[in-house]
Write a protein that binds this ligand. Structure first.
Ligand code: FO1
Length: 330
């Protein structure tokens, strides 16, 4: 079964990891019968599409110290590679920061924490982009170099940047999210470049998978900028497969990040039902946490199938368990 996950930062990376584990386990469990040609030899089969494709938000991308940085892509790739810092969710495990402290000594701004090994990723990406390679090709190279099996696709190879409108004015994404610790009220979002940005090669095809999952990422900061790319929302709305969204809000709270505050400041109900209303015309199934079981009725009234379960993943076993449940929904 081919699965496509639409993902942003940490929550999306964790579910990507769970789906990779579940799909690889399923592959080893199901005996593969190799068809034989009339002469008894093996039938040459076209390379199958990878069972899992992760379409990743690029609205958080930024340039610092002359380097092109793609935080959501790197969080997904590092987590799938088993190299990520599990506590923070982003960046690499066991990092050192010698270069960052040298940059500080040279009078540079170091508000955005970049580890020495993480910098290698940004150097490779920047160099390859500089030589004309597309972000999707650079991402495939980095994923392969780190032994990642699923296909990791930026939603677009074109420029797309998320800006956040706040009472203090329009802020760049990382200034809002990291520089100001997402403390500002979000009055609106602007995805610069969205109307011209085309889906990266493979993205629209990936939306025709048997199962398409909206990760428990921030609906506004991670999922919306994916859908804003020309043709993506339409392709999801008409997708032939089973479309499932996992609520990022559990008991009125986000597991991580400002999703609850943004739901409130943009006038939505701060609950799994509020999120279901945002996704209602894009998915078939809404997965909500057991703590929100009382919302199953109102969510179903939106015309959605509701799956109630423990959506808080924690470590790899919880991620694989949730992923197996999603595969069973297809
Ligand atoms: N998040 C922070 O809160 N502080 C940081 O200094 C920081 C650095 C950083 C470096 C590389 C990277 O890939 C991610 C990084 N993040 C940091 C996380 C990132 O800002 C967010 O995870 C996404 O942009 C939102 O999902």
């Amino acid at each position: 079964m081919n699965v496509t996950l639409l993902a942003g930062g940490v929550g999306g990376a964790r579910l990507a990891h769970g789906l990779d584990l579940a799909l690889r386990a399923a592959l080893t469990e199901t005996p593969t019968t190799t068809p034989s040609a009339p002469d008894g030899g093996p039938v040459p089969r076209p390379a199958p599409a990878p069972p899992l494709t992760v379409v990743v938000n690029v609205g958080d991308d930024t340039e610092l110290h002359g380097l092109s940085i793609s935080p959501d892509i790197d969080t997904v790739v590092y987590t799938l590679a088993g190299l990520n810092d599990e506590d923070r969710g982003w960046g690499l495990r066991g990092e050192s920061y010698a270069t960052l402290s040298a940059l500080k000594d040279l009078g540079e701004d170091t508000w955005f924490t970049l580890g020495d090994r993480d910098l290698a990723t940004h150097i490779v990406r920047t160099a390859r982009l500089h030589h004309g390679e597309k972000l999707s090709a650079v991402t495939a190279h980095l994923a392969r170099a780190m032994g990642v099996r699923p296909r990791v696709l930026p939603v677009t190879d074109d420029r797309l940047a998320t800006f956040v409108d706040t009472p203090s004015g329009r802020l760049g994404f990382q200034e809002y999210f990291v520089g100001r610790q997402h403390a500002d009220a979000v009055l609106g979002l602007h995805f610069a470049g969205a109307d011209a940005a085309r889906p990266a090669p493979g993205v629209l095809d990936a939306l025709a998978a048997e199962l398409v999952v909206l990760a428990p990422s921030n609906p506004f900061l991670s999922i919306e900028p994916l859908l804003a790319v020309r043709g993506v929302r339409e392709a999801l709305a008409m997708a032939p497969g089973r479309r499932v969204a996992v609520s990022p809000i559990v008991g009125g709270q986000a597991i991580k990040g400002p999703a609850a505050q943004i739901l409130e400041s943009l006038g939505h109900e701060v609950s799994a039902l509020g999120v279901a209303r945002i996704y209602a015309d894009l998915v078939d199934v809404m997965v909500i946490d057991e703590r929100d079981a009382r919302l199953a009725g109102p969510v179903a009234d939106l015309g959605l199938t509701v799956h109630v379960t423990d959506t808080v993943m924690g470590g790899p076993p919880g991620r694989e368990r949730l992923a197996r449940e999603l595969l069973a929904l297809a």
